[in-house]
Design a protein around this ligand. Structure first.
Ligand SMILES: [Zn+2]
Length: 425
């Protein structure tokens, strides 16, 4: 059943498309050769149109499907914005290279900086959502609360844009903390859940060089895929020019992704193109899945109830049998938005939050990357009982966003009670 919000989307979206004929413009790639003032730009090599209902969950960090990219194609994604100080720089850097990306916006950030969301659309990027308050508990929230986070986030970003047709039915769950009931709700709303194929760890306390090196090395290892970045991090801003330069230098091509609509048919693909297989044993995907072990980022606070394997949302299979992935029974393609006819896929096609060993690609020759950081980095984060900076603790992928305090905005979850997996998040 479509909610009122989404019904309104559908109606307004169609009206907007009829009234303004925006769709044709949206799918025109900004070829490097056409990049004003920068003939050597990276450019956007092509735009692909996807039907979220045919492929409702993408990104091999967690799912069996990902975008139907060719070798050496990459999709850039940015989460948690906008924050003008950094997001505007990211927009400028992408514009200089005539590159289009996908941004996953936090609803309360859109309320705070609505002009920042409109700038993204004006620059030709795709805009999806990332919940209203960025709770790092989406895998445990009561479904009603999770739905409210999703719906409020959509409403906030739509309010910033003014035109519902400009919002893509794309969603990234904060911290990638998926739950089947959340994904099922997104499916029922015609929204595509985006995980990623590799991150660059730009939420961690690492250097911009490390962000750059991880982005490029992981992309090279997989050969293609969805890169997860954050446009609210200084280190990401510092790393981005080098990342874009090295993408071009290494022959990678940027692909822009938009959603199908009644007037914009999907890009023809076959099912195999949505499957990514590991290219070597150094590729992180080869190590999954593993039941995540959880720890708490703020140990001076009372912990939330422990998660156990008996939790239905955490009862992941010990081994992932690719032969058991859901195949067939793909619904007839109908462009978004429309009434859902898709039956939720089973958990057999779903992977847990990635294990901490997922991306053990060395930052330095001698040290494998893991998702641990050394405390203390900031005095206020130091657990009261921590007696040594040598204690390594996991920190959330989006801990900075979760801790952000936005005037006039109250998080829906209690601060400090955010269990995070000791994994890539
Ligand atoms: Zn986030």
């Amino acid at each position: 059943m479509l909610t009122g919000v989404w019904m309104a989307y559908a109606s307004l979206r169609v009206k907007a498309l009829i009234g303004f004929g925006l769709l044709g413009m949206a799918v025109q790639p900004a070829l490097a050769a056409n990049c004003p003032g920068n003939p050597g730009a990276l450019g956007t090599s092509r735009t692909i149109v996807v039907d979220p209902r045919e492929h409702p969950r993408i990104g091999t960090m967690q799912y069996s499907e990902t975008l139907p990219l060719e070798d050496h194609e990459v999709v850039l994604t940015f989460d948690d914005g906008p924050i003008p100080k950094y997001s505007n720089q990211v927009i400028a850097m992408l514009a200089e290279q005539c590159v289009q990306a996908t941004f996953f916006i936090i609803g309360r950030m859109a309320r705070e900086y609505p002009e920042g969301v409109r700038k993204l659309i004006a620059a030709g990027h795709s805009v999806g959502t990332h919940t209203q308050n960025h709770p790092l508990t989406m895998n445990r929230l009561p479904i009603a609360a999770a739905q409210k986070e999703i719906d409020d986030g959509i409403a906030s970003v739509t309010a910033a844009l003014g035109d519902p047709a400009q919002l893509s039915p794309f969603m990234r769950i904060p911290g990638l903390l998926r739950a089947a009931v959340v994904e099922d709700y997104l499916i029922s709303q015609g929204i595509q859940t985006w995980s990623a194929d590799f991150p660059a760890d730009d939420w961690r306390h690492v250097s911009s060089k490390t962000v750059h090196d991880l982005a490029i090395s992981r992309l090279k290892a997989k050969g293609k895929g969805i890169l997860l970045l954050h446009d609210i991090q200084a280190r990401t801003v510092a790393a981005l020019p080098g990342i874009l330069a090295d993408l071009k230098a290494n022959g990678f091509r940027v692909v822009h992704v938009v959603a199908a609509t009644p007037d914009r048919p999907k890009t023809p693909t076959d099912l195999q193109q949505w499957q990514m297989r590991p290219t070597s044993e150094t590729v992180a995907i080869s190590r999954w899945p593993k039941v995540p072990s959880f720890a708490y980022a703020y140990l001076d606070m009372l912990p939330a109830p422990a998660m156990s394997a008996s939790d239905p949302d955490l009862s992941f299979p010990q081994t992932f049998d690719r032969t058991r992935r859901v195949r067939g029974a793909v619904p007839q393609p109908v462009p978004w938005p429309r009434q859902s006819t898709l039956q939720p896929m089973t958990d057999k096609a779903t992977l847990p939050v990635p294990a901490h060993t997922l991306f053990e690609i060395s930052e330095r020759h001698s040290a494998p990357v893991n998702a641990m950081v050394r405390w203390p980095h900031h005095a206020e984060q130091t657990p009261k009982h921590a007696d040594s900076a040598s204690v390594a603790r996991p920190i959330s992928i989006d801990a900075s966003a979760a801790r952000r305090s936005i005037p006039g905005s109250m998080p829906v979850t209690r601060p400090g009670l955010q269990p995070v997996p000791s994994t890539i998040r």
